[in-house]
Design a binder for this molecule. Structure first.
Ligand code: ADP
Ligand code: MG
Length: 369
């Protein structure tokens, strides 16, 4: 069997660009190079693709992958006439080598985790890691994901949706209705973002309009939800549509909420307890619900499913799912799997095999009547 090449696409036109470069470094460090070759393609913040050809002098253990803007090998396909050739050209790959490649979109958030890049992979007919176009798009959208979860009987924190049009049509009435319906405090968040970017905890009615305006700067769809006193627990999923759960971990905070700084800053006081201090029954419940959610949202391969446990009542709520979860040195997805007995190298190999497995199933589907 020919050696497969993992094409790692990282960076991206997203607010989480820098996090993605750190996540990509995990793959760079952990990939089993005797089993797989690695080809790197960086997408910069303007959306331009740069195959990384001169990696020989790169550090062995980088904390973050750099982006070199050097196009010398980027014109192998001169005039692409289909998405497959276009993808090869963008990635600086020869078309004949594409059949031995599997793609890993290490881009968090917009333009990488939201189904758009997955759509390109599907158009090009190449294997890739993580959920497909549908699962990625659904998982990225907090409103749609919550509605699907709720329709399957999985509890979600009550929320209202605002978009740029409804907001322009009646700011005061939207704020009044949200507070009447949901009370205070509230959480205001962009519908399709991550890493807590654009999120505000609102404690007084006067702060609500500015929080909504700020969230609308990041996305034209926004959620306002009840701010609860919660414990935050997470479960990492790995597998086919019937994926397996990892141990459950808990985020321990000494802050108002799990903000961008608490997630990534050096002086963050947040820590992670793995496994979480939960009864065996509650752990099993979170794992079961994570599996159910994975199926309900049409996910495949991997996802980290995040839950709230309301402190006062013990009620479990689905919060959100991350279909390209962080892979940085402080990220939970690889950590939970290492605590579940899978090191980074094994985890990556399994993710690759899952992507190849799905591609085989898709390739066998009839395209003609
Ligand atoms: N309804 C809520 N009640 C209490 N805390 C919340 C609520 N929604 C969000 N948070 C806090 O904000 C953080 C980020 O929100 P989340 O919905 O997970 O967005 P992101 O995709 O950016 O991680 C959560 O980890 C939690 O600390
Ligand atoms: Mg979150």
């Amino acid at each position: 069997m020919t050696k497969k090449t993992l094409v790692l696409i990282y960076g991206g036109r997203s607010t989480e660009h820098d996090v993605a470069c750190r996540s990509a470094a995990f793959v760079y460090r952990s990939l089993n190079r005797t089993k797989y070759d690695l080809h790197l393609v960086a997408i910069d913040k303007t959306g331009d693709w740069y195959p990384q050809t001169d990696t020989a002098k790169w550090e062995m253990e980088p904390a973050s992958l750099p982006i070199h803007r050097d196009r010398k090998n980027n014109a192998i396909v001169q005039h692409p006439t289909n998405p497959r050739d276009a993808l090869a050209a963008l990635c600086g790959l020869e078309i004949k080598n594409l059949s031995d490649c599997i793609f890993f979109p290490m881009i968090h958030g917009v333009s990488g985790e939201d189904g758009t890049l997955q759509g390109l992979f599907e158009l090009a007919g190449v294997p890739f890691i993580g959920p497909d176009t549908l699962g990625s798009a659904v998982g990225m959208d907090k409103v749609v994901a919550k509605r699907l979860a709720a329709s399957a009987g999985i509890p979600v924190v009550p929320f209202v949706e605002v978009n740029d049009e409804t907001w322009a049509g009646g700011k005061e009435s939207i704020c009044r209705r949200a507070i009447d319906l949901l009370g205070l405090p509230l959480f205001v968040k962009p519908a399709r973002l991550g890493s807590s970017v654009g999120i505000k905890k609102v404690k007084t009615p006067g702060d609500l309009p500015a929080a909504i305006e700020q969230a609308l700067e990041y996305d034209d769809k926004v959620l306002i939800e009840i701010g609860l006193e919660v414990r935050e627990v997470e479960c990492a999923m790995l597998g086919t549509t019937r994926a397996k759960p990892s141990v459950v971990g808990e985020v321990i905070l000494d802050a108002d909420f799990y903000s961008y700084e608490e997630k990534y800053a050096k002086n963050s006081r947040a820590s992670t307890r793995v496994p979480a201090d939960l009864t065996p029954e509650l752990t099993l419940e979170i794992q079961k619900l994570s599996g159910r959610l994975f199926e309900v949202l049409s996910l495949y391969g991997m996802a980290r499913v995040d839950w709230f446990i309301e402190k006062k009542t013990g009620q479990i709520y689905f919060n959100e799912v991350n279909t390209i979860p962080g892979f940085t040195e402080v990220s939970h997805y690889p950590l939970f799997w290492s605590k579940s007995g899978k090191d980074g190298t094994t985890l990556l190999s399994e993710l690759i095999e899952l992507g190849l497995h799905r591609a085989k199933i898709k390739a066998a589907l009839k395209r003609e009547v």
